[in-house]
Design a protein around this ligand. Structure first.
Ligand code: OOG
Ligand code: NI
Length: 461
């Protein structure tokens, strides 16, 4: 067995990336410190409740990052680097549709997919690829120049890719190789000090700040790193007291007194950082760019497709009521949820709206065989339900997070056709299976139910 196994490479990579980002973006360190304070306080108050959706060690180390690349080939290479870390592509997000403003990318998330791997270290990276072929954003001339610019750069040194391939096939690396791999991998995601071509950057910025961030420079960078907090409302208040202004909203489900589901996120706007620019006359001048920001998240229970449909419906309803009444989103949302969303984990489990794993709890029917339906098993007390935490992202929140470094709305020509880019396209580019998040949660639930049925001696088990 290699000296550093896959999961050890992943946790070490996440740790080093966090050290690098903290050194370069000090407000990130404040965000991590405050998250840990809030988590410690909750743990002290009620350790069992605080750890209902993950042990404190996992939650303390837990981060997600976000990166953006320019071409299918770059995306394939990113997939190779993350495969070395046991992170697999899960889900397809089309940000071209989600936002009112222009975000010309499609995305996936690389993350561990097995329960025990998630427990060891759940590091995930939201990864977006630019869509130069989408005519709503880029005309044929700009597409050609953009693709040519991108084809001249190289984000990942060949040595990194070779080490990543070896790490993937051997399940880890020996110490010296691991050290080299981690060094090269972290370096690939640092902000470069190369001068930025001002004319080119600004031309792309007129289409979209995200297009400029990706295609206007010769390298990529982590644009945020996100710690997990157990009470995001408390964190929001404490950040304010430390003088760091977050965006107006906490994205995702509202604060309410029912179960936490899916994902709630908030961020602070990108900070101005000194950068060098190459001017039209070839001279180099100092300037600033806003490309890196901070985000924090609270994770809840994963919803089934039916639960998600209800969630999406309530999002629309909240939007509508907000438009009609002009009342603040948080108030409207808490009210809508109180009337329409199940108020307990028990109800979510019984109605099949969220994912749980189950263990046998007893034989309320005496010697009688257990019922077949999940609703009856839950309602009659045959099983105990443990929530499955949501490990993925929300497109609408993601679109909101992209706004954290958009300075203008960009320009999207809605009279043009969208380029057809879907999960199948992404899987083909990656040359890897693109996992469906619902399948992963459902499989975990089914495994636990099979074990319960065997234990209870259910018919057909
Ligand atoms: C990624 C935005 C998505 C999230 O947490 O929803 C994201 C980006 O800005 O590149 O990270
Ligand atoms: Ni994020």
């Amino acid at each position: 067995m290699p000296a550093l196994q896959t999961w050890q490479l992943r946790s070490e990579f996440a740790r080093r990336l966090s050290v690098m980002y903290g050194a370069e973006v000090p407000a990130y360190t404040t965000l991590v410190d405050v998250s840990h304070e809030v988590n410690r306080d909750l743990l002290a108050k009620d350790a069992e409740q605080a750890q209902r959706l993950g042990g404190i060690d996992r939650v303390t180390a837990e981060r997600h990052g976000a990166i953006r690349v320019g071409t299918p080939e770059e995306l394939r290479q990113v997939g190779q680097v993350f495969a070395a870390l046991g992170m697999h592509p899960v889900g397809f997000y089309d940000l071209r549709e989600a936002a009112s403003s222009a975000v010309p990318v499609v995305s996936t998330a690389f993350r561990p997919i097995d329960e025990d791997e998630l427990e060891r270290n759940p590091f995930r990276v939201f990864t977006s690829v630019l869509t130069p072929s989408d005519r709503r954003f880029f005309d044929a001339g700009l597409q050609r120049r953009l693709e040519e610019f991108l084809s001249r750069r190289s984000l990942f040194p060949p040595e990194l890719i070779t080490l990543a391939e070896r790490a993937e096939s051997e399940g880890g690396l020996e110490r010296a190789d691991a050290e080299r791999f981690l060094e090269l991998a972290v370096r690939s995601f640092e902000l470069s000090s190369e001068p930025v071509d001002r004319g080119w950057y600004e031309e792309l910025e007129r289409v979209s700040a995200v297009a400029a961030d990706i295609g206007g420079v010769t390298s990529t960078h982590v644009n945020h790193l996100t710690p997990r907090v157990l009470d995001i409302d408390e964190l929001y208040a404490r950040m304010g007291r430390r003088g760091i202004t977050m965006i107006d909203d906490i994205q995702g489900p509202p604060r309410w007194d029912g179960p936490d589901v899916l994902l709630r996120q908030t961020s602070f706007r990108a900070l101005s950082e000194p950068r060098r620019f190459r001017e039209a006359d070839g001279s180099v001048a100092d300037g600033t760019l806003r490309v890196r920001f901070g985000e924090v998240e609270a994770r809840g229970i994963a919803l089934t497709p039916r639960g998600r449909a209800l969630y999406d419906h309530l999002v629309e309803e909240v939007d509508r009521l907000r438009r009609d009444t002009g009342r603040p989103r948080a108030d409207v949302a808490a009210e809508v949820w109180t009337h329409r969303f199940p108020r307990s984990e028990h109800d979510l489990a019984r109605d099949g709206l969220a994912y749980f794993t189950f263990t046998a709890a007893g034989r309320p029917g005496g010697a009688a065989p257990p019922p077949e339906s999940l609703a009856e098993l839950v309602d009659q007390g045959w099983v105990r339900a443990e929530p499955i935490v949501y490990e993925d992202f929300l497109p609408r929140s993601a679109a909101g997070i992209f706004q954290s470094n958009l300075t203008g709305d960009g320009a999207k020509d809605t009279t043009q056709q969208a380029a057809v880019l879907d999960g199948q396209w992404m899987s083909g580019v990656l040359e890897r299976t693109l996992h469906d998040p619902y399948d992963l949660y459902a499989r975990q639930r089914e495994r636990s139910l099979d074990a319960v049925r065997r234990e209870l001696g259910a018919p057909g088990a």
